[in-house]
Design a protein. Sequence first.
Length: 554
Amino acid sequence: MNIASSSEKYKVLVENAVVGIYIICENRFTYVNSRLAEIFAYSCDEMLEMSPLELTHKEDRGIVEKNIKKRLKNDIENIEYSFRALRKDGEIRNLHVYGTISIIDGKKAIMGTIIDETDKKLATSRLEYLANYDSLTGLYNRYYFNMQSEHIMNQARRNENKIAILLFDIDNFKRINDSLGHKAGDVVLVRTAELVSEVLRDSDSFYRIGGDEFTVIMENFNSTNEVKILVKRIQQALRTSIEVDEFSFHISLSIGVSIYPEHGEDMSALQKSADVAMYQAKKDGKNCFSIFAKDSGSSSKILELEDELYEGLERGEMEIYLQPQIDLKTDYLLGAEALVRWNNPKRGVLAPAVFLPLAKEMGLLYKLDLIMIENVFLLLERYEKLDMLDFTISVNISHALFHHQRFFSIMQKFHHRYTYLCNYMVLELTEDILMVDNAHAIKITKSLKLIGYRLAIDDFGTGYSSFGHLKMMPIHELKIDRGFIRDIAHESKDKAIVKAIVDMGHTLDLTVVAEGAEDREQVKLLKEMNCDVVQGYFYSKPVTVEDFQNRWLV
Ligand code: C2E
Ligand code: CA
Ligand code: CA
């Protein structure tokens, strides 16, 4: 073998190696290859005669010095370790160094290689981050929750501490997403995470466990009252408006709470209890919280309810309740809204809040609406035969039904069967139903109007439709959301909003209905504002068809 050419070969190999290669003698670099110079952002010439410590981050100089000494003094042949280097341009890199002792020209020298691990390190920490954190909100994710919660539970068990699980989601989140788009939905999630984080204590852990579901694990508290205080603070924190593009709106949370050890011996039981409590909170109305109570049911009860709902729809257990709508000028009955009640053989009469979310989740909501429409037509037919039909009946049309492919053709079929009775049916649509695909919505509503149906916008004021939208809609009625009527006697803001809606409605030739008037004062104010119709507990709660006839049709 030709030695000369062989050493040439080594030289070429070393010079062009993809790892940094060095020789240190008497605490100076005496040889560096170009990769090593590149790692430190110096030229090879600049690096020669520099000391390794000069190139080390000052916090790691101790480690480097110790290792160099170890190799030189204790004759440890091979050594490897990591340290942070300081480049010429000030950047810090994570390096891994291998070194071995040699004698060169009679002097002890260290030869070795250096690998830049910064990118690998970044990638690993990024992976760790992605695995444990939610990239949208920066909160811990479900994976981390699963790990961490077990750990917190074990600790609580050992120390006989309490823990509380707060499970919550954003009321009507789907509506926001559907009507304003996913970008807006994302903004709402991020803002919610920020606003809630601000009121949490250091010892609380906060996770986004999926979609719009969040969880807080609360440690270090003594009484349930402290948990309630935190829940209230969370709700309060959200009492601010969230801005998305030109929209500004409010959100609320439904919060379910369960406490260890009372409501579950392990994490999975505790989570189930919080889930049931959240379901209860939703049932009680939005923006509520509920602490798990043993008799509020278990999640298996919810599953049972699913089975029963299928059967209930088939067996005709959906019942119409009617709530009168009163003409404010004459005090006469003008119409009634049909509101569904589930006459469940085991559980009694259930309110929509208990089973509509379930029906929606199960994809049965449009069927339920069709059953209601059919039954309302039968009712209209009956009153028509009795010559008592001088009022309208409103039905609620869900998102699912309105956007059902066959919606219009189904309504056309009803029209064939019941012809002019359509004039007595008001289809209530929420603003966001009309916003999803505005052009399509206008087309359908126009066609519905053409064959005789009356149309109303329900819960007006909670959505995002503008005067411009309203003008294009072929509607007859505007129903002002109950939320604006509630404080109308005390909140001058609400009063002004209601007045503005009434005036705007009249400008567009619409009948304006106020929902949820409960007392005389509210009715008086609504009259003064020229509102046309009132529907509310002041006149009557929704009642059975029989009660309605007895009270209003004689
Ligand atoms: P909604 O369409 O806004 O109906 C009005 C709700 O307000 C009814 O609740 C009614 O009982 C309640 N309400 C009326 N006046 C007052 C009042 O003065 N004070 C208070 N506190 N409440 C009042 P309900 O019957 O529980 O229905 C709740 C919601 O369920 C309805 O809100 C509607 O969105 C939905 N819903 C009811 N029936 C149906 C249905 O057949 N199909 C669909 N898709 N949704 C329905
Ligand atoms: Ca309604
Ligand atoms: Ca309403």
